[in-house]
Design a binder for this molecule. Sequence first.
Ligand SMILES: *Cc1c(COP(=O)(O)O)cnc(C)c1O
Length: 462
Amino acid sequence: MRYISTRGKAPVLSFDEAMLTGLARDGGLYLPETVPTMTHDEIAALAGVSYEEAVFRVIWPFLGGALGDETETREIIAKAYADFGHVARAPLKQLADNHFLLELFHGPTLAFKDFAMQLIGQMFQAVLKKTGQRVTIVGATSGDTGSAAIEAFAGLDNVDVFILFPHGRVSEVQRRQMTTPDAANVHALALDGDFDDCQAKLKDMFNDFTFRDEVGLAGVNSINFARVLAQIVYYFTSAVALGAPHRKVSFCVPTGNFGDIFAGFLAKQMGLPIEQLIIATNQNDILHRCMESGAYAKQGVTPSISPSMDIEVSSNFERALWWAYGKDGEAVAALMDELQQGGFNVSANAMGALTQTYTSGRASEAETQAEIARVLAESNELICPHTACGTHVARQHLGATPVITLATAHPAKFPAAVEEASGVHAPLPKRMADLYDKPERVTRVENDLAALETLIRERRVS
Ligand SMILES: *Cc1c(COP(=O)(O)O)cnc(C)c1O
């Protein structure tokens, strides 16, 4: 299996190389040259197997043996999901007629990011052990990626982890999950700026090839293909639970960086009968506006009660565009250049391709709050604000085909917003009840590339 860049000019890599690299050297994102498919019978045979076994069957053809033989690969997968608080890993609940909720928040940091991050942590460890290499992982987070990364990599060999988060713009639970692990190889950095600033600094570091090579820079943001890969699995397990491949399903995905929903697209490419992938945004609705008008136009980000979706440079959308433009790397590179100036227009042909798979909707702040209260009243489920954007949008698309809304975080991760909307306090699960008692460790940093690079050089264990 070979991995190529969306911008067409970076070296072709194997799975493990693409995983260690993260962002391609031409600024693009890695994707498999061809997507492996599963037959009708192979999909049907996922019914009733353990989540870990489904992970193995779905990801194995993408790996090219990068994690070792079948037994070694299964061991890595088993370790990744061992700390989840639910035996099903991703249980499915019914909310209403033909509307289902896929609970992706039973991992160690209570958001769906754990599904990919726990696995990628074990994958890094396995690959680095073979080569003896040491890497520095730098990540940008609007909250959930950073906590999942710090939790997944804390104490692992051969890796230092630095996480940039926007100072004052993450929830207290998110912050504490980043600042309380005491392993020496993980570092939480509070940047003066918003999430797009964090993401921009991260990209600048990757484009500083001297620094990149000196510290062995690696990325685990949602641009890392290994993360997208891990997220394909729960599309299969949940669809099969509702009758796939004999029956079609649709998914509604609370979306920010487009990583999660793009994994759904890959599941569809692999053969899973998905009717629609519904992009749900909050008030930062650049993706919804683009789907409606064809214009991807930046307007600035307004902080919301669903902060993990407060994004307007939706990195993984580049992968969707690459497909929509018939895998034309030059066309994608040109669009991304235009984005630097504020935006671009998607061609009519490419919009045609996008709308074949995706549709979209948005939830305002008031709609998100009302939705949390409504779902509690009608279905007796307490949901987080991100999930509420999803169920709000999903309700506008209910019909003959069942819709699965991805519940991307546990309500206890955003207790203030949930309580304001519903009057109900969401308690942390018992296994993490001591989060508020642990000491915090965090470094405040300015929005400055040179200062950041110096800090990372000094702090990493070399
Ligand atoms: C990251 C995140 C999202 C957005 O996922 P993307 O892959 O960036 O689109 C939605 N909800 C929650 C809770 C998240 O942590």
